[in-house]
Design a protein around this ligand. Structure first.
Ligand code: ZN
Length: 441
């Protein structure tokens, strides 16, 4: 047995926040108890002193781009899963927009097998909604489910045809698969490079209006309501989307949603080189392409609405949308630059920053990183309940560290948080009772 002795255990699913000792027996949690490790236990078991540490369920990240197969220069399943483990993420859902697209059992099985071989975080594949994610013909979702996919999504692009989306929702509903949507009306967003608003006007950059997201969220909520499937809205960025999801939940529509750390912490001001005043972090360069993503960073009122939605349960999960890109994709003009940033190794510390800033209660924030996302896709992780898989992290919550992407385990360096001083570092990560990452090793 491994005994994590006398840490501050926070397990939101079981409403635990206090000094506890966690017993790991093989691949599962045996017990979380108040009593410290006994002298007798110290003789026969591996006892790890967790005083002055937090002990949490491993994080569950519903939205990760691993780039393998096809773009292994940006990230591989092994390097991405290693970055996950270093960031405390013990389960990640791998997006299907690889080359080839994960629209068949063969690719889904490949991704899962590579994840198992790597032996870091659990790598769970997501399948495509449509073949090649082209938005036309439905993928064989039964085959994808059979191969281990936990949801379907064409993430990276929307399903523009409402008719195709209706059939996708009906089909997925029969199979019990949630449909994750990248909500973007391309007829509104096309040509845009950042959030439409005063900052874009000042910088002379073409804008993507919030309406490009909100109209598609509204459409998909309506379709999910009429045709019965479970909808999951990826990377919510706009206040209008929050309002629509909140109202839909009140009506009983089966919808869940996620938000990314960068949309929780940054606004479109980052494109002009600004950072939110309260963070005290160094400013970026204007037109920094690390502030370019889809959906774009929005206004401060959008950011506030998304944070409030996490606090009140309208948004269920924090997901990174970890999107590795090479220097050639980012060291170009802003309008030409690729969308997306990496996030696996900064998500926890950024979330704890929101807690310290008084924007989110601690237990709520940790729930949205663990049990909340697990619930969205009915995954058996994100809790320290007796008998649950022993995915556990040990965190030095007070440790200050400077973000230096050169030291990341990810193959890519495209973080918008380079140079930021964050607090909270994962020191040990266990997956299925095995130590898969230890800080400094
Ligand atoms: Zn997306």
């Amino acid at each position: 047995m491994i005994i994590l002795d006398s840490g501050r255990v926070i397990d939101p699913a079981n409403r635990i926040d206090g000094t506890r000792t966690v017993l790991i027996d093989g691949d599962h949690v045996r017990e979380v108890r108040e009593q410290a490790a006994t002298p007798a236990e110290k003789l026969v078991h591996q006892v790890i002193d967790c005083r002055n540490r937090w002990v949490l369920p491993g994080l569950v990240d519903l939205h990760v781009h691993l780039r393998e197969p096809g773009e292994e220069g940006k990230e591989t399943i092994a390097t991405g899963a290693h970055a996950a483990a270093a960031g405390g993420v013990t389960t990640l859902v791998a997006m299907p927009n690889t080359r080839p697209v994960c629209d068949s059992a063969a690719v889904a099985r490949f991704v899962a097998a590579r994840g198992r071989e790597a032996g870091f975080a659990r790598v769970v594949p997501a399948g495509a909604i449509t073949r090649g994610s082209l938005g036309e013909q439905l993928a064989d979702m039964a085959e994808l489910k059979e191969a281990g996919c936990v949801c379907v999504t064409d993430d990276g692009r929307p399903v523009m045809s409402a008719g195709v989306m209706r059939r996708a929702l009906e089909y997925a509903s029969d199979l019990g698969l949630p449909v994750m949507v990248h909500a973007e009306d391309l007829t509104l967003s096309s040509g845009g490079a950042m959030n439409e608003g005063p900052v874009a006007t000042r910088l002379g950059l073409p804008g993507v209006p919030a309406a490009a997201e909100v109209t598609m969220v509204q459409r998909d909520l309506l379709l999910a309501e009429m045709f019965g499937a479970r909808l999951h809205v990826a990377h919510v960025s706009a206040a209008g989307s929050v309002r629509a999801i909140r109202e839909a939940k009140e009506r009983g529509v089966r919808v869940t949603a996620e938000a990314t750390p960068h949309h929780l912490v940054l606004t479109d001001d980052a494109v002009a080189g600004g950072t939110p005043g309260s963070t005290g972090q160094p400013a970026a360069e204007p037109y920094d392409t690390h502030a370019k993503m889809s959906p774009p960073l929005r206004s401060e009122s959008d950011r506030k609405a998304v944070v409030a939605a996490l606090a009140d349960g309208t948004i269920d999960a924090i997901a990174t949308d970890h999107a590795p890109h090479g220097p050639l994709d980012k060291q170009v003009e802003f309008v030409q630059a690729a969308n997306g940033v990496i996030g696996l190794e900064t998500a926890l510390a950024l979330t704890l920053g929101l807690v310290r800033a008084g924007e989110l209660p601690l237990t709520r924030a940790l729930e949205r990183l663990t049990a909340g996302p697990a619930r969205c896709f009915a995954l058996p992780y994100g809790t320290l309940t007796a008998g649950a898989p022993a995915d556990v992290i040990v965190v030095d919550a007070d440790r200050e560290w400077k973000v230096d992407p050169q030291r990341f385990h990810s193959k890519s360096r495209n973080s918008p948080f380079t140079g930021w001083t964050l607090r909270g570092k994962v020191t040990k990560t266990f997956v299925a009772g095995k130590l898969v990452h230890e800080e400094g090793k």
